[in-house]
Write a protein of this length. Structure first.
Lengths: 78, 211
């Protein structure tokens, strides 16, 4: 059962397997809890508040690009 | 939230940049800059190196723009350049050997059994207002072996699909799925005892308060 949790979360199990898993989940408290908590971890880490860009990252990046654009010649197509 | 890519916009942008409208490169790279940074943070492990490498990556993307043939998504191509930049730096930083290139070949060790728990099922997103929770999640992800960290980062954090992740990392789609499964199991196991305190009080305490 545990092997399928990740695929189940991503909707990558076929209809038949999904039905079997759903049936199992109805009666198995442990697997339900593992599935819910794993899905919760996936949702939490995807939140923008967990991984934020450093302050000023984009500004500094584009300033560097500006310096490169000013110093380089045109990128002539081949 | 990741910005969806737009191949037509990208192709038009690249054509015009190569024709001399260099300033459009700012717009072209904007949709990728977040992914570039987190790919490099995942590889290099600290913000200063990740930002430095991100800047060098973006300059390399610009200098090699005419090499992009549209065979993959633009962002995938950019991320493969970022990954090469990161791996090149890692090779120079021998101090990090134990968690870098060696880990690329080792997929057999580790405990992928989820923690059995019934004490919590869901920590609400509002709990992220507490800095402490973000810190616990970041530490857990940084603590993953590199091969798993990269896949989690691209699949679950940058929300790239399996195909794009496989291309960006130079591995098969099957390997992406296996690594993601194992990584999630490791994270669930690692986080299970730590997240308990962030779960809401039992609902029964709220009975009588619902509108």
């Amino acid at each position: 059962m545990w092997e399928y949790i990740s695929a189940y979360i991503d909707g990558e199990v076929d209809v038949e397997l999904r039905a079997r898993i759903d049936k199992h989940l109805e009666t198995c408290e442990i697997c339900s809890a593992v599935l819910d908590s794993t899905r919760n971890v996936v949702v939490l880490i995807a939140d923008d508040r967990v991984f934020e860009l450093p302050a000023g990252y984009s500004k500094r990046l584009h300033e560097r690009i500006d310096r490169e654009l000013e110093s380089s010649s045109d990128l002539a197509p081949d | 939230m990741p910005i969806p890519s737009n191949p037509e916009f990208e192709a038009e942008c690249i054509r015009r940049i190569l024709a001399g409208e260099k300033h459009l490169f700012h717009e072209l790279i904007r949709t990728c800059e977040r992914s570039i940074y987190f790919m490099l943070l995942s590889l290099l492990g600290n913000e200063t190196d990740a930002e430095d490498a991100a800047q060098d990556t973006v300059i390399k993307v610009y200098q090699n723009l005419r090499m992009f043939r549209g065979e993959s998504q633009f962002r995938t191509w950019v991320l493969s350049i970022a990954r090469n930049e990161g791996l090149g730096r890692l090779r120079k930083m021998s101090a990090r050997r134990e968690d870098s290139l060696d880990a690329e070949t080792d997929e057999t060790t580790g405990d992928y059994t989820p923690a059995i728990l019934t004490s919590w099922r869901e920590v609400p997103l509002e709990a992220l207002e507490r800095q402490e929770l973000g810190e616990i999640l970041r530490e857990a992800i940084q603590g993953l072996p590199a091969i798993y960290r990269n896949v989690v980062l691209l699949r679950d954090i940058e929300e790239m699909d399996v195909r794009e992740t496989a291309q960006a990392l130079g591995i098969t789609e099957g390997t992406v799925k296996v690594r993601l499964h194992r990584a999630r199991a490791i994270l669930q196991r690692e986080l299970a005892p730590k997240l308990k305190g962030f779960a809401p009080e039992r609902k029964r305490k709220l009975l009588g308060w619902t509108n």
